[in-house]
Design a binder for this molecule. Structure first.
Ligand code: AMP
Length: 284
């Protein structure tokens, strides 16, 4: 595995790979790898000739009150894990490289970014879209791999690719979970042992809501009430949102119909840690 820190060197390498006819896959990450990240790298390795994993904690997707400075980092461990899981190039730029003095262009996606994560974190998706567009231009991939864990983000990225005509296939892979169902996340390390033991309430709630839909419930208000009541069985939880919406565009619909695909979306605080998760369900 090659470590590349400069944009020019990465672009040169990608250009040369393309000239030689190699299929390039990009896995964008903020590091502190867990099995979820590694599953994306392994998929990329199976489906492309060369895998570029980017490791960059992107400041523009964090609001001033968020956890940018304390976001967990462990470069040595990440380097080894990336190397052992199919990454050919670890792209590891610094902030001066990505946002040099005079940087002044931001991508502002409307619609899909204005609800759920975008409501609580109004500048978040602009930062994500901007850095991902830059990474696409730097690494020149044929495909790029994302996790369903950040479901709204995958819709934002697909919108970006459609609207700006990036010739890149977007792959979305299933959420990797801990044994008790908690979605793996770099942020899980923030949880105390006590709250960690209770954190799978989110997965349990999603699973029960899925069962409810599969047994015939089509009313979104009833599904949402059910999810909120179930989440509130853990007193330390503070719900940001618990919603059942159309999976395609996150639009609300009072009564779902047979064949609709529903996205169940949850964001909740456990203590001061904000966790998100989701599940997709096809209405029978
Ligand atoms: P992050 O480093 O948190 O920005 O995540 C980098 C990529 O890994 C994103 O596409 C995430 O959606 C994906 N990802 C994060 N957690 C998981 C998980 N538990 N399972 C699968 N993919 C994940």
């Amino acid at each position: 595995m090659e470590l590349i820190e400069s944009i020019i060197a990465m672009q040169k390498e990608s250009e040369e790979l393309r000239r030689r006819g190699a299929i390039i896959a990009l896995v964008p990450t903020m590091g502190y790898f867990h099995e979820g990240h590694l599953s994306l790298m392994r998929y990329a390795k199976k489906n492309a000739d060369k895998v570029i994993t980017s490791l960059y904690v992107n400041p523009t997707q964090f609001a001033p009150n968020e956890d940018f400075s304390k976001y967990p980092r462990d470069f040595e461990r990440d380097y080894k894990l990336a190397k052992d899981n199919g990454t050919d190039y670890l792209f590891f730029p610094n902030n001066e490289e990505i946002y040099p003095v005079g940087f002044n262009t931001y991508i502002n996606i409307k619609g899909i970014t204005e609800k759920f994560e975008g409501k609580t974190r109004p500048t978040h998706f602009n930062g994500v879209a901007t850095v991902v567009a830059k990474l696409f231009n730097i690494t020149k991939p044929h495909l790029s791999v994302f996790g369903q864990k950040d479901y709204q983000q995958t819709l934002v990225i697909k919108q970006l690719v459609r609207d700006l005509n990036f010739d890149i296939k977007i792959i979305v892979l299933p959420t990797y979970r801990e044994h008790d169902g908690l979605a793996m996340s770099s942020r899980n390390v923030y949880l105390s042992a006590d709250l960690r033991a209770k954190a799978n309430i989110i997965f349990k709630t999603l699973s029960k809501a899925k069962d409810l839909i599969l047994s015939g419930e089509k009313n979104s208000e009833k599904i949402e009430e059910f999810m909120k009541a179930h989440l509130n069985s853990v007193p330390e939880i503070k719900i940001d949102y618990a919603s059942a919406v159309c999976a395609e565009n996150l639009v609300q619909k009072l009564n779902f119909e047979s064949g609709d695909e529903i996205a169940l979306l949850i964001a909740a605080y456990l203590g001061s840690t904000r966790l998100i998760d989701n599940m997709l369900v096809k209405v029978p």
